[in-house]
Design a protein around this ligand. Structure first.
Ligand SMILES: C[S@@+](CC[C@H](N)C(=O)[O-])C[C@H]1O[C@@H](n2cnc3c(N)ncnc32)[C@H](O)[C@@H]1O
Length: 260
């Protein structure tokens, strides 16, 4: 495996060219965004294999959209990554339309390709934007739901609360914010338990170089900010959301919804 941070060098492992480094072409200096931008091409292989209950969490997100919204909603996928949440929603709600936002242009390109291949016309727009910056929410369509899976725990708490306020502005009255993220509760070590399970799943990935490469990137660059569900729920309410509730929980992972 080659690993270099020099511009133009290629990360290569097994038969996969991960990507040509494009340091300097990113709009953000955010280390988490950079980390994902660097491994977009192997994101799905790692994510589905290594993250406990990843597929289930997307499935239940899609179930919530199906239950809470009309059959032809406009949805913003906030931190879309390679588009897995949107793809899962389209399985259950085929008329849904999506506006994609992510800090990584490579992730957005991958998401657009995936969604357009199976559901032509489903993507109505996309922005490369850092959610920690002020103006990510400009020029967005009014929407019926904002979905965000495995993203908001990467924002510091000030940015997190600002993002909630922007989401509330962008949603139509009655619209839903539906978020999967990790929480840390006092007096429990659900995060530690989850991480142990993740280590076990990683060790089963056949392509060990892929697993090592992504693990190395994530442990070096990814930043998380954790707090409790009740703390976050109170911030959601302060941002104007009603009916704030947890739909699903697995160890430190939770799916929370709130309505404008
Ligand atoms: C763990 S991935 C989740 C992707 C997708 N939602 C999913 O469920 O597979 C985190 C995504 O959030 C994006 N991200 C992280 N911090 C961000 C920020 N401050 N602004 C915009 N995107 C961010 C990353 O680029 C990455 O695509």
């Amino acid at each position: 495996m080659q690993c270099s941070k020099k511009p133009g060098r290629i990360y290569q492992q097994s038969n996969i060219v991960i990507k040509e480094l494009r340091r300097g072409t990113l709009m953000s200096q955010d280390p988490t965004i950079e980390c994902y931008d660097l491994h977009f091409a192997v994101y799905d292989s790692f994510q589905f294999a290594a993250i406990p209950q990843y597929a289930t969490s997307l499935d239940i997100t899609a179930m919530a959209i199906e239950r809470y919204l009309d059959p032809n909603p406009i949805i913003i996928d906030l931190g879309c990554g390679t588009g897995n949440a949107s793809a899962e929603i389209l399985e259950k709600v085929p008329e849904a339309k999506f506006f994609l936002i992510d800090g990584s242009a490579s992730m957005i390109d991958a998401a657009k390709k995936k969604l357009e291949m199976n559901s032509p016309g489903a993507v109505i727009g996309a922005h490369v934007a850092d959610l920690s910056a002020d103006r990510w929410h400009e020029d967005l369509p009014d929407c019926d739901a904002i979905v965000s899976t495995f993203v908001l725990e990467h924002l510091d708490f000030k940015s997190y609360r600002a993002v909630l306020e922007r989401c509330h502005e962008v949603l139509r009255p009655g619209g839903w914010l539906i978020v999967v993220e990790a929480y840390v509760e006092e007096e429990s070590n659900m995060l530690g338990w989850f991480e142990e399970l993740m280590e076990g799943k990683k060790s089963l990935i056949e392509d060990s170089k892929l697993a090592d490469f992504v693990s190395m990137l994530r442990s070096k660059h990814e930043v998380h900010y954790y707090c409790s569900k009740s703390q976050k729920a109170s911030w959601w309410r302060e941002a104007g959301f009603d009916n704030v509730h947890v739909i699903w929980q697995y160890l430190c992972l939770g799916l929370m919804a709130g309505q404008k």
